[in-house]
Design a protein around this ligand. Structure first.
Ligand code: NOJ
Length: 751
């Protein structure tokens, strides 16, 4: 390079790179002017440097997929890798950041990503558990807590929220989402994005959100992870896409592709998803990253003959960053030289990556997230533990409580039995990020002892989670015989849900069901507390025990929260966000099914030629939206402001809810709508509103909802999105079985 051009570069660098003064800790960059700064930087970059910005490698600090290579540090220093995931702590990210800043020619800082799904170190309940709280404010608060901790540990980017609709509990990843329903999925997606990103990405308490997995990953055939997906465009748009879109509308700056193919095209090579829908229809201007080695997987998918081909397909489909696969690193240069990828396509990808680095403020202060002091204050702070506790207490779902088995009296003698009662690790669930079992201060057993006193509590494990060893049965039975009540803490091990953790048998594993039967046969009141990351098939157990409490994997403060519920210090208010089937053969089962042309009427059980099973009812064991409280809520009839909704107007519906029991409590009041006749078949019911209200014992609260044409829109016969005139039924109640109803008509819709 001649001197002149060298000087020119130095002048440009002065414009785009931080001055010493700007580098001071705490400085932030306003988002304006970012595209100009990105463009000036881009002009300085060689082809290799550009490609480096599209590369994301894992560090050795955590393993979240197949490990392909060593030497990520060399790749950073040589500028071949501009982004890292699975590295954290202020100290370690600083060390890696220094390599990028000091050892590469342009000193462009690294972006650090990690799967901070339900907390960084202060783990809240797994995401499906959080969704069962139906508490949007608290879910947002929990995401903000995760963001604050992650950012204090050097991270800029979380691979969350996972917004895939989950209707098949065999698929282990339902544990990471918000359940089966698009409406609730939208609301929770928005809350999580707001929590992670806040209003200002340059704020050091926020991190980039990553909406995943685009798209329809939750519909993997037969509930087997990474499997193929095929569905109509109507179902895709109506059920699966809305939550991704809502997250993007809420400002999510990154999107992750999914592993599955959709209608024959793998998502990572799918320009219909990544360009037509994401960019053109939704106006997304952020960055698209693949899932782990998803470009490489275009080869086994059978749409690319080799890595080169796979890289070209992905880049052309609109993928900006290659996670771990190394395909862009190894093949993009050649693809550009051959003209198979245009420089403009690469430039766009690099622009999308660099823009984020400017938005986060790391171009001006690369070390602003590596702050050991802040890390010490933030991680597992008392405030964070309190948020995790609240979230856990509000996520638990009481599914049965006969004979007032719960709450337990502090002076009752209890026998605690089960392999999950004294486990720290299982409380944390899958995707524990940087969470550590030793950060759990109390297991469920510890916290029960704290509530009931050691003189009133005995413990035996009884059996393992997943072996056929019954050696512990005898001691458990002995202890149960001596107790007033038995608390069994059973379920699935933390690793039985999450990624690559699918099951076809959704019963309690191992000999747990047998132990439950032996204990319930003693005739003592039995409370079954269970951990799970999915809906399970627990019909027999639900019939034989007196009380049933689903606690998911409740997080680092889960032991305390669960015991406080058992002893009545907290009143459960969680509601299922996923239907519990009676058996696996009913799957997929969800509340918003279509009626069919031959609906089965349970009052005419002898009817043949109806849509039904011979061996099991159509109805689930526990419906979507279901969950009990220690108190009782009574609903009045619904009042409606007008039985005709004229297009462009709105109507008000309300219901009065009375707490007629003996405890103050919270109720999730749910509103569903049935569109009786339309140009295409419509679900029997769709959630269109909910409110979580606190009602003290003896009090009555009026709960209002507004309904307008927007709530009634769907993909019509011609695939336009809109409402149609007609008759509708509104149901309001405490779960999706609600029958308390009122009708109205919609008129005047312009087609
Ligand atoms: C694969 C998972 O599908 C994805 O959700 C996760 O973010 C990445 N691995 C990175 O760990």
């Amino acid at each position: 390079m001649n001197r002149l051009s060298y000087l020119f570069i130095l002048m440009l660098l002065a414009v785009i790179m931080p001055s010493e003064a700007k580098k001071k800790k705490g400085s932030s960059v306003a988002p304006k002017g970012i595209s100009e700064r990105v463009d000036s930087l881009l002009q300085l970059m060689t082809l290799e440097e550009k490609i480096g910005q599209t590369v994301l490698f894992t560090s050795r600090w955590d393993v979240t997929g197949p490990v392909l290579r060593d030497g990520e540090e060399d790749a950073i220093k040589s500028g071949q890798c501009g982004n890292i995931f699975n590295a954290h702590t202020a100290e370690y990210t600083r060390k890696l950041q220094k390599m990028a800043v000091e050892e590469t020619r342009l000193g462009i800082p690294l972006l650090f990503g990690y799967d901070v799904i339900h907390g960084h170190q202060t783990l809240a309940p797994i995401s499906l558990g959080e969704s069962a709280s139906w508490d949007l404010e608290l879910i947002e608060k929990s995401a903000r807590m995760a963001a604050r901790e992650a950012a204090a540990c050097g991270l800029h980017w979380t691979f969350a929220p996972m917004v895939d609709i989950g209707r098949d509990p065999r698929w282990g990843r339902v544990s990471e989402g918000a359940g089966e329903d698009p409406y609730l999925g939208i609301e929770i997606a928005k809350a999580r994005v707001k929590g992670f990103q806040g209003d200002d990405l340059a704020d050091k308490e926020t991190v980039l959100a990553c909406v995943k997995h685009m798209a329809a990953y939750g519909a993997a055939q037969a509930g087997r992870d990474y499997n193929s997906v095929d569905m109509s465009e109507r179902v895709l748009r109506e059920t699966y896409l809305p939550a991704y879109k809502a997250a993007i509308d809420a400002g999510a700056r990154t999107v992750m592709t999914s592993f599955n193919d959709l209608d024959g095209v793998p998502a990572t090579a799918n320009s219909f998803l990544l360009k037509d829908i994401l960019r053109d229809e939704w106006g997304f201007d952020g960055m698209v990253v693949t899932d782990y080695t998803a470009i490489n997987e275009l080869i086994p998918h059978g749409v690319a003959k080799d890595e080169y081909d796979a890289g070209v397909l992905a880049m052309k489909a609109g993928v900006d960053m290659d996670m771990e696969g190394g395909i862009y690193m190894d093949h993009l240069k050649k693809a550009i030289e051959n003209g198979d990828v245009a420089m403009e396509e690469l430039d766009n990808a690099v622009r999308n990556v660099l823009a984020l680095k400017f938005e986060l403020g790391i171009m001006d202060d690369p070390y602003r997230y590596c702050d050991e002091e802040r890390e010490k204050e933030e991680v597992l702070s008392a405030q964070n533990r309190e948020t995790a506790y609240q979230m856990a207490a509000k996520s638990c779902v009481l599914l049965k409580n006969d004979n007032s088995a719960l709450p337990i009296n502090a002076n009752e003698k209890v026998a605690v039995i089960g392999p999950l009662a004294n486990s720290k690790r299982d409380l944390l669930g899958s995707w524990k990020a940087a969470g550590k079992p030793q950060s759990v201060q109390a297991t469920i057993l510890d916290a029960i002892i704290k509530n009931g006193g050691s003189e009133n509590v005995t413990f035996s494990k009884g059996c393992d989670i997943n072996t056929d060893n019954k050696a512990g049965f005898a001691k458990a039975i002995e202890q149960a015989k001596k107790a007033d009540k038995v608390i069994m803490v059973m379920g699935e091990k933390w690793s039985m849900s999450g990624e690559a953790a699918c099951r076809t048998n959704l019963d309690f594993p191992g000999v747990q069901p047998e132990l439950i039967q032996e204990i319930t046969a003693l005739g003592k009141p039995v409370v079954l507390v269970f951990m799970t990351g999915r809906a399970m098939t627990i019909q027999k157990e639900s019939e034989s025990v007196d009380a049933l409490l689903n606690v998911w994997y409740p997080g680092v403060e889960g032991g305390r929260a669960v015991a406080d519920i058992l002893y009545g210090k907290e009143n459960p208010s969680g509601k299922l966000t996923m239907t519990f089937p009676r058996n696996v053969g009913q799957i997929p089962i969800f509340y918003s099914y279509k009626r069919t042309g031959r609906p089965f009427d349970p009052s005419k059980p002898k009817d043949t030629y109806k849509s039904r099973y011979l061996d099991v009812q159509n109805t689930p064991l526990f419906p979507f939206g279901y969950g009990l409280s220690y108190t009782q809520f009574e609903y009045s009839d619904i009042t409606i402001s007008n039985s005709e909704l004229v297009s462009g107007n709105s109507i008000e519906v309300s219901v009065s809810v009375t707490n007629s029991g003996n405890y103050d409590g919270e109720e999730v009041v749910q509103l569903y709508i049935w569109d009786q006749v339309a140009s295409v078949t419509r679900p029997v019911k769709e959630l269109k509103g909910f409110k979580k209200v606190k009602i003290n014992k003896g009090d009555t609260q009026k709960v209002n909802f507004t309904i307008n044409e927007e709530d009634l829109k769907f993909y019509r016969k011609d695939m336009t999105f809109g409402a149609e005139d007609g008759q509708f039924t509104i149901y309001i109640g405490s779960d999706s079985d609600a029958s308390n109803s009122v009708e109205f008509s919609l008129t005047g819709v312009k087609l």
